[in-house]
Design a protein around this ligand. Structure first.
Ligand SMILES: Nc1ncnc2c1ncn2[C@@H]1O[C@H](COP(=O)(O)OP(=O)(O)OP(=O)(O)O)[C@@H](O)[C@H]1O
Length: 923
């Protein structure tokens, strides 16, 4: 009895609301629930309080709740006996106030983020919220969501404290639709045989509260009509009484496991403005599945009140398979597993859960299995919290968020005065960055991290040139790791007081470190669009405090110089060559579309001058003759001299760049440069001194090219002076030899997935590199930069680093073995469907391309560069269909839809260089 009481309160405490204590927590109600005398219950409750398991509130009536469950859900308590709820609330730290009930749902800030946002919108819509339809397979958490909605409404006074939550599962009345309608809308006496008296239905019972209709598609046509009347007019009629309108005000929630295309549902959903879909367990990320498994084991531990040691294999098996009954079935499976282990070891101090306790179906492998590496075992004690477990699994992101919380706590302790906590804040931020810089596994060549680092480096370069500063070498990595670890998770407290505190800290940081703050703002602004970042005040605070430390030194105080020119990459090409020649980043460039107006150019320049330090003057080089037109758009109040020079050429830029560094007066400098440039300069690049380079390229974005480049770099012998540069395929294909890289480097060759066909520049396909067939060719290219020995070493490294597994391993974060198996099946299937034989080279190309493709689709970045028009689709329809069909297994296994543009691309890989496929062709 005592144990049952404890476990009952354990479950109820998850939903406790101190502002509105339910009488479920009183001895009287508990006696009723357990059908025992009140004295008996009181005796046990007091005993449990003495043992430290329950908390007692000596108010009238006296309340008891589960201490550990409360601390798990809310905050730590100092004692066990309190005189009032207010006393308990005083112990509440600033964090955790206004508990957001939805945060109890695992995935609320990830896969359910949008669902929670939509629900909050619906709930807060005046005047009585909006009805919501929740769809999702069985066990995905629909009912659980409605329970949380109810708690949320109570906590936010959206319904009054006694408002009911009424649930009706329409599926329970499958064989008796009349009873369902009657239970829902009530009936009048005599409405049908057996209706001896008037009866109120669920609608009336739910008046003022929430009505939840589960499996709503089971409503018969009469019920549906009545439901539509309520949705349209807010009134119901009891069965058998069409005369009496009953006005009802209830918040409606519907759930269904059915697809929304059944006839009823289509008419129905037109009236339901908000529909949310609960993802299946299969669609949840690995992190979320692990969190669910952890939390269910924690629940069971609390129930059995013993330490629980769960083997890593058990966690892997549970997170690595899909459950038809989704989270509900997973939860039950954990329960059954722990129960079996408990039965076996009930006399022991610790309960060990191993795979022998799992139900058999979990062990059999026929089920859809999800990729998950082996997990570590976990020990759950009474002090273990879900946060600790998750933190162990994803320590870095947690570390960033902890830092946010620590900063706010320190600032709060200092009564909101930055000057009183400046040193502590700096220390906290330093600790974070030390950790990020030294603990982030640099070997972890995550594609996203590579991309971030590349982009941040470019942004820093721009900043350094704009402000004539130099960032500490580590800053690029610090910022990239920070953004990488912080991830896309949003951290923003709901509490108004906290928000105000953050805003105040932000203002004080801005006032105390104006330069650092300005740089950070600028960097984040530059990164924001490209990196799809959702920047918050906390990011600015942390980074401004960090960059404050980094020793950026001011460079020369010379005027700023920019080049503005029409056409694709014209200005940037000139700026690149000039900067390279001058050995400094003197020029910034603006590439303008051909039809841009002078006004637009002037606006761009003014925008630049607002965001850059131009106190030493500004020189603008433009490529068109209408200078006066640009001048007229400049405001009269310009405070620094601005020189505009026309007809920009590379020689002019170089001459100006050299003169700028001589610190002449602006007019002198401009005159001199114009004169010098007029001497028909010619820059001749000394061939021998140019760096040798290899380019890597890929049609579907720079990501794969960067990976190839990385693997090649890894293969180079130490002393070799060779640059390996990833390059956008389209830029190379469009610009050909005009692309700046060819002016700066001596390009020995290009390696990639597609040949951009550049005259005199040899190309090696990735497939050739992997198959090793053409390694000789690569060796020949590299002969000028390597000795014979180095060449052999390089060759050996290339063979090792460019095995198919290594390449796939490096281009995706997916399980390489699994991906390769799936692609092999795809190819086999396609060969049968289309009656063709793929050559080894095509197979290699497909292995590499499809592995990238799956990952891109999982990340939701399909290629958009590849166009497939209707005509092309028509004429190749049957081939397209074959490819599509063969992809169906991959589509299901990875839950992705492969768009036509991708199919067209695969089509090209398979049928490229072949006029038309015929049955007998050997590809
Ligand atoms: N996001 C979640 N976090 C933690 N527990 C969850 C979550 N979602 C569901 N659960 C748990 O999983 C169990 C099943 O959920 P629930 O009964 O709400 O599913 P359902 O979609 O209503 O299923 P059905 O359609 O079969 O009624 C519940 O015990 C619930 O507590």
């Amino acid at each position: 009895m005592k144990q049952e009481l404890l476990s009952y309160l354990n479950n109820q405490t998850d939903f406790i609301d101190l502002n509105n204590l339910n009488d479920l927590f009183t001895a009287a109600k508990l006696a009723e629930v357990f059908q025992v005398k009140r004295n008996t219950v009181s005796h046990y409750l007091n005993q449990l309080t003495k043992e430290g398991k329950l908390v007692k509130i000596n108010s009238r009536p006296v309340y008891y709740f589960h201490k550990e469950a409360f601390e798990h859900q809310f905050y730590l308590l100092s004692g066990n006996v309190y005189s009032s709820t207010e006393e308990i609330m005083k112990e509440q730290p600033l964090f955790g106030r206004e508990k957001d009930f939805f945060s109890l749902m695992i995935g609320h800030d990830k896969s359910l983020n949008r669902v929670v946002e939509q629900i909050k919108t619906a709930l807060n819509y005046p005047d009585n919220g909006l009805p919501v339809l929740i769809t999702g397979e069985s066990g995905t958490g629909k009912s659980y969501l409605v329970q949380l909605i109810y708690q949320y409404c109570l906590a936010h006074d959206l319904i009054n404290e006694n408002a009911p939550l009424v649930t009706l599962n329409c599926a329970q009345y499958a064989n008796n639709p009349e009873l369902l309608t009657s239970n829902l809308f009530g009936h009048a006496k005599g409405a049908f045989t057996g209706a001896d008296s008037d009866k109120t239905g669920a609608f009336e019972s739910a008046n003022g509260g929430i009505l939840f209709l589960d499996e709503v598609h089971r409503l018969n046509s009469e019920g549906q009509e009545k439901l539509f009347t309520y949705l349209d007019q807010g009134v119901i009629y009891r069965m058998g009484d069409t005369a009496k309108q009953i006005h009802i005000k209830t918040r409606l929630f519907f759930a269904t496991t059915e697809a929304l295309d059944s006839t009823f549902l289509t008419t129905f959903i037109r009236r339901i403005p908000i529909q949310v879909r609960m993802p299946s367990i299969y669609e949840r990320s690995r992190n979320e599945r692990i969190e669910l498994v952890y939390s269910f084991f924690l629940n069971e531990r609390r129930r059995i009140s013993k330490r629980l040691l769960v083997s890593g294999q058990v966690i892997s098996l549970l997170t690595g398979r899909s459950f038809k009954g989704n989270i509900g079935e997973l939860k039950n499976t954990v329960k059954v597993t722990v129960a079996k282990a408990f039965l076996e070891q009930r006399d022991l101090k610790d309960i060990q859960v191993t795979i022998y306790h799992l139900p058999e179906f979990v062990l059999n492998n026929n089920q859809q299995s999800l990729q998950t590496p082996t997990q570590e075992e976990i020990m759950l004690t009474e002090n273990t919290t879900i946060n600790q477990l998750v933190e162990r699994y994803n320590p870095n992101q947690k570390r960033v968020i902890d830092t946010f919380e620590r900063i706010i706590n320190e600032f709060q302790k200092a009564d909101g005065k930055l000057s009183d906590c400046e040193n502590q804040l700096k220390q906290t931020v330093d600790h974070l960055f030390d950790y990020l810089l030294f603990e982030t596994d640099r070997q972890q060549k995550h594609e996203m991290l590579l991309y971030l680092t590349q982009y941040i480096r470019e942004t820093f370069r721009q900043m350094e040139s704009a402000y004539q500063i130099k960032f500490n070498g580590n800053s690029v990595y610090a910022l990239s790791y920070y953004l990488f670890q912080r991830g896309s998770s949003k951290w923003y407290p709901e509490d108004n007081e906290l928000q105000e505190l953050i805003r105040s800290l932000d203002r004080q940081i801005k006032a105390t470190y104006p330069t650092s703050y300005h740089y950070v703002e600028r960097i984040l602004e530059l990164c924001k669009l490209k990196l799809d970042l959702d920047i918050s005040e906390m990011d600015r605070i942390v980074l401004a405090l960090y960059l404050k430390k980094a020793d950026w030194t001011r460079g020369l105080s010379i005027p700023k110089a920019i080049i503005v020119a029409h056409g694709y990459a014209t200005a940037s090409s000139i700026a690149n060559v000039a900067n390279r020649f001058l050995g400094k980043d003197i020029f910034e460039s603006f590439d303008m579309p051909l039809d841009v107006s002078p006004q637009r150019i002037a606006e761009e320049i003014l925008d630049y001058s607002e965001n850059n330090d131009i106190s030493n003057g500004l020189v603008i080089l433009v490529d068109m003759g209408s200078l006066k037109e640009i001048y007229q758009y400049f405001p009269k109040q310009i405070t620094v001299p601005i020189a505009i020079m026309n007809n920009v050429t590379t020689p002019l830029a170089i001459a100006l760049g050299e003169n700028l560094q001589k610190k002449l007066a602006l007019s002198e400098m401009v005159e001199l440069s114009a004169k010098q440039a007029a001497f028909d300069w010619q820059i001749i690049y000394p061939e021998e001194n140019r760096f040798k380079a290899l380019l890597t390229t890929c049609q579907t974005g720079i990501g794969t090219a960067a990976h190839i480049s990385h693997l090649l770099e890894k293969s180079l012998p130490g002393a070799c002076e060779l640059k390996i540069l990833p390059y956008e395929y389209h830029i190379l294909a469009d610009n050909q030899k005009d692309e700046t890289v060819f002016a700066i480097y001596d390009v020995l060759g290009i390696i990639g997935t597609d040949n951009p066909q550049i005259e005199d520049i040899p190309f090696l396909s990735l497939e050739e590199l992997i198959s090793g067939d053409e390694n000789q060719k690569l060796m020949e290219w590299l002969a000028p930069v390597m000795t014979e020995e180095e060449n052999q070493l390089f060759n050996k490294n290339v063979i090792r680093n460019f095995s198919l597994e290594k390449v796939i391993d490096s281009v995706t974060i997916l399980d390489t073995e699994k991906v390769m198996k799936e692609i092999e099946l795809f190819m086999r299937d396609l060969e049968t469907q289309a009656n063709l034989t793929l050559s080894n080279a095509k197979k290699l190309a497909l292995y590499v391309h499809i592995s990238c493709l799956i990952e891109r689709l999982i990340r939701n970045v399909p290629i958009d560069t590849y166009q497939c028009d209707d005509e092309c689709y028509q004429c190749r329809q049957s081939d397209f269909e074959n490819i599509k069909k063969s992809f169906s297994v991959i589509e299901t296994d990875y839950s992705v839809d492969i768009p036509d543009a991708e199919i067209a691309y695969i089509y090209d890989i398979i049928y490229r260089n072949v006029d038309r496929p015929t049955k007998d062709d050997d590809f």
